[in-house]
Design a protein around this ligand. Structure first.
Ligand code: ATP
Ligand code: MG
Length: 557
């Protein structure tokens, strides 16, 4: 990995597209498509595909279509259609007027199937899946021609029409492409291209009881739309001969070309839609947009920004090699961005009360605080200070080790933007727990300066008790506690991280309570958070996006 993960500019796909543009191969503008099946919410893997599909089109001055690949009637739903559009727009891409449904092509696809029959390239087969096993061979053994393969064209046309009319039950007949039962590529051994499914389609209703198979449908969808470059993931590489066969068999002029790249896999999460749906349906997470989910809406609610996700996709790059990306890289991308953009605030998550005995009762001083040391244009704000404040419990130690530079009895520490204080004594409850610290402050150190040149190594944050607002910090962590959930036949649900969410009531400085929903901030010394929209909460909620600790940079050392 290079120092700047955004610096990867070209790859084998972009090189191919550049060559095709140069040679004028397709005689039209570069046209790609992103074809999600509307049976779930989009996830971080789709972000990679979206960045490739829309990104390539954008870079070459072409267009990218958004197509709902809704040819499977059983699991699709408009809820997903809506979320898919919202998520792609949020990521910063636009399909203009090119929004399509594969199901709108059912008539044309049916006509193409009829045309294949007329050309002697498809036939109706009566074998059950069980019976088919006797003919299909395996990786080491060629298949054998099944009965019905030499039906006349007239017979096939009649049977296919009857399939469409509903005369056969599910599975009783299929339409197969007549290719080569001895092909070394099993996908070319007379694959099914149409099947009977007596199921309503969410857009087509009961108009159809025959539905096209993916391999037949997808290349036609691309061809109908005038797609030039059909970019997809590696598992389709072995299907490519069929993609080309269908279009060649129909004498399609200037057919689209499929090019495959590797899927994104990410540690500590799952990406299969089936598993994500299970997490939602069975209540392991609060919904598709739970901030622990790898979905786009979950990442958004977690505080990821569109640019951080696009940068991540760019850092991952486009290759032909399957690999697993470290979740730390994703965290790195958002941390880098938020470091430059997020305003800093003070919040105390595990409060310990401090009383400053020589500070006047009832007095509040407003200290000037820098909003973002990385960005002077972010300006300053005023932070209150008074006789009673909260500090983090972990910033005090009764019996500290040698190099503890925060607060200890008899020791001094700097309060961020404020004064130097000294701890005089500890107050404990009956059980011996520390409940309060008694301190004094040095009025000569306003703003944290030390006019006498004495050394105070530690600086801690605080919130003034009187002006503090209550908030809720939701500390999210990885959803699973193993890198590859579900590997080696283990039930992925047993690998959920029980500590993936910790809720803390916290004290926040007054300005922080005014943040608009969706605003990213840094809680000084704690982490990056985003103001959440949870309408059921009676106080401002902040979701932790990432901690400040950069484990990615560490890994690279
Ligand atoms: P699932 O197998 O879980 O149903 P899918 O890959 O079939 O998911 P689709 O909605 O069909 O999901 O995907 C739309 C597009 O996104 C496809 O072109 C697919 O190749 C791509 N895609 C899906 N997952 C990933 C991933 N992890 N990395 C890169 N691209 C992906
Ligand atoms: Mg799919």
């Amino acid at each position: 990995m290079e120092e700047n993960p955004g610096s990867v500019k070209t790859d084998f796909i972009r090189e191919k597209v550049a060559r095709d543009v140069e040679s004028g191969k397709f005689g039209k503008e570069v046209t790609t498509r992103f074809p999600p099946e509307p049976n779930g919410y989009l996830h971080i893997g789709h972000v990679k595909a979206i960045c490739v599909d829309f990104g390539v089109a954008e870079e070459f001055g072409g267009v990218c279509h958004l197509r709902m690949d809704d040819t499977n009637p059983t699991k699709e739903d408009t809820e997903y259609v809506d979320s898919i559009q919202e998520d792609i727009h949020w990521l910063g891409f636009d399909w203009g007027s090119h929004f399509y449904y594969a199901s709108d092509y059912f008539d044309r696809m049916y006509d193409c199937a009829v045309e294949l029959i007329k050309r002697g390239k498809a036939y109706v087969c009566a074998l059950t899946p069980e019976e088919w096993k006797e003919y299909c061979g395996d990786l080491f053994k060629p298949g054998a021609n099944p009965p019905g393969r030499d039906n006349s064209i007239e017979e096939n046309l009649d049977l296919f029409a009857r399939m469409r009319k509903g005369e056969f039950a599910d599975g009783e007949r299929t339409l197969r492409a007549k290719i080569d039962m001895a092909s070394p590529n099993i996908h070319m051994r007379d694959p099914v291209i149409y099947r009977v499914r007596h199921t309503s389609h969410f857009r087509q209703g009961d108009k159809w009881c025959v539905y096209p198979m993916y391999d037949f449908a997808h290349c036609l969808e691309d061809a109908f739309e005038g797609v030039t470059h059909s970019l997809c993931t590696l598992e389709f590489e072995i299907h490519r001969p069929l993609y080309d066969w269908v279009l060649q068999s129909l004498d399609w002029k200037n057919p689209p070309e499929q090019t495959e790249f590797s899927r994104l896999n990410l540690t500590y999460t799952v990406m299969s839609k089936r598993k994500l749906l299970q997490l939602v349906k069975e209540g392991y997470v609060a919904g598709w947009d739970d901030p622990r989910m790898p979905t786009i809406c979950g990442l958004r609610r977690r505080g990821y920004t569109p640019s951080s996700l696009r940068k991540f996709a760019q850092a991952v790059g486009v290759t032909k090699f399957n690999s697993v990306t470290d979740a730390a890289l994703l965290e790195y991308c958002v941390r880098e961005e938020l470091n430059a953009t997020a305003p800093r605030f003070m919040a105390v998550l595990d409060p310990l009360k401090v009383v400053i005995e020589n500070y006047p009762e009832g007095k509040t001083e407003w200290m000037e605080a820098v909003n973002n040391p990385e960005d002077a244009s972010a300006g300053t704000r005023l932070v209150p200070f008074g006789r009673e404040i909260y500090i983090e419990r972990s910033d005090f130690m009764e019996n500290p080790p040698k190099k503890f530079f925060r607060l200890q009895v008899g020791g001094e520490v700097r309060l961020r933007y404020t004064y130097i204080i000294k701890c005089e004594r500890v107050i404990k409850d009956a059980g011996g727990n520390i409940v309060e610290l008694r301190c004094t402050y040095d009025p000569a150190t306003r703003g944290g300066s030390t006019p006498d040149g004495r050394k105070v190594k530690g600086t801690i944050h605080y919130v003034a008790c009187r002006e503090a607002k209550k908030g809720e910090a939701r500390l999210y962590d990885r959803l699973f506690n193993v890198e590859n959930p579900g590997a080696d036949g283990v039930d992925f649900l047993t690998q959920l991280n029980p500590d993936s969410l910790t809720v803390r009531e916290c004290y926040i400085e007054p300005e922080l309570a005014k943040c608009a929903v969706g605003t990213s901030v840094q809680f000084e010394r704690i982490g990056y958070f985003v103001a959440d929209r949870d309408a059921t909460a009676d106080r401002p909620v902040f979701n932790r996006t990432v901690t400040l600790k950069d484990s990615w940079a560490k890994l690279q050392e």
